[in-house]
Design a protein around this ligand. Structure first.
Ligand SMILES: [Zn+2]
Length: 322
């Protein structure tokens, strides 16, 4: 198997940035399972939690981790772990091994801690929260894992924040389209999803992310995709980001969740655009200038050598103007 891009060393690198800037990092407390089940299908969550044990308990050796080669999300009653994997794994980039659930669960709990901080904040001191957690989440669908994602952290906290905030905007600037977020809120007008990403024609996730996907029913108009042609330069990236921000400002959300991917960095193996280190500072300044409570979820970004610098640039943009 090819070496995956989403590896623990990413977090080691990212955590160097707040340390270098003297910023406090707190560790997540447990919020629990109910906010997860408010978004994800119960059978799917059971599969993530117990699938590895079921897979390993088989007499036949299917491999060291849960990874299906059969893909059958529909018309599949999920009888047996092989059928469950075929139902709940959307592609070959979200295998499950012995400790996966611990990471998946605590990644979601970390994001939920940011939401809790806003929910309990009366002074306005916790208006900006930044989360480092892995695995990332924006590709995770209601009942399917894929693209290194298992639980959709952005969607989970958006739903959780609804108890206090009427209108939530999720702005996604990761290199890839967050088809999981799109799917989960496609028919809703209380959560706006807007995404700037590389054109998905023959680029992951490959099947969604087009401009004509605008939502449905009550949610029509509340799903906005801004695909970038591959090879877009930094100015082009910000043109797309500005359009996305403009649309979001019309919505006038009560809180913003920013899905931040460092895979838009020019040297990232996944990059189809050319954002510089300085660009991440500009991006942060744009987010903070909106003047709304803000939760930033750090998701993609696979060029290890620059994760620290790029995150430092982003953090300096956040703290600059505030
Ligand atoms: Zn990405």
């Amino acid at each position: 198997m090819e070496e995956p891009l989403e590896i623990p060393e990413r977090m080691t690198e990212l955590l160097k940035a707040p340390a270098a800037l003297g910023l406090d990092v707190t560790t997540a407390k447990e919020v629990g399972m109910s906010p997860i089940l408010a978004v994800h299908d119960f059978g799917y969550v059971q599969f993530l939690k117990h699938g590895y044990d079921e897979w390993m308990a088989l007499d036949d050796d299917l491999g060291a981790q849960v990874q299906t080669g059969i893909f059958m999300p529909y018309d599949n009653p999920g009888i047996g772990i092989m059928a469950k994997a075929a139902k709940y794994q959307a592609d070959d980039s979200a295998p499950i091994s012995e400790h996966s659930w611990t990471s998946i669960y605590w990644s979601a709990q970390t994001a939920l801690n940011a939401a809790e901080a806003l929910l309990s904040d009366e002074s306005g001191d916790s208006d900006v929260q930044l989360c480092f957690s892995r695995p990332p989440g924006h590709h995770a669908r209601r009942s399917a894992a894929g693209g290194f994602c298992y639980l959709n952290n952005a969607a989970i906290i958006a739903e959780h924040l609804r108890q206090k905030y009427a209108k939530i905007a999720i702005i996604d600037t990761d290199m890839h389209h967050g088809q999981g977020i799109q799917e989960i809120f496609y028919d809703r007008s209380d959560v706006l999803y807007t995404s700037v990403h590389g054109d998905t024609v023959n680029f992951y996730p490959g099947v969604t992310g087009h401009e004509f996907e605008k939502g449905e029913g009550e949610g029509y108009g509340y799903n906005l995709n801004f695909p970038m042609p591959h090879g877009t330069d930094e100015a082009g990236f910000f043109e797309h980001v500005d359009k996305s921000i403009e649309a979001m400002s019309v919505f006038d959300p009560d809180v913003i969740i920013h899905v931040l991917g460092f895979d838009v960095y020019k040297d990232d193996p996944e990059a189809k655009c050319e954002v510089s280190t300085e660009g991440f500072k500009v991006l942060a300044q744009k987010m903070i200038a909106l003047g709304k409570p803000l939760i930033v979820l750090v998701e993609g970004g696979y060029y290890l050598q620059k994760l620290n610098d790029n995150l430092q640039a982003f953090l300096s943009g956040l703290t600059d103007v505030s």
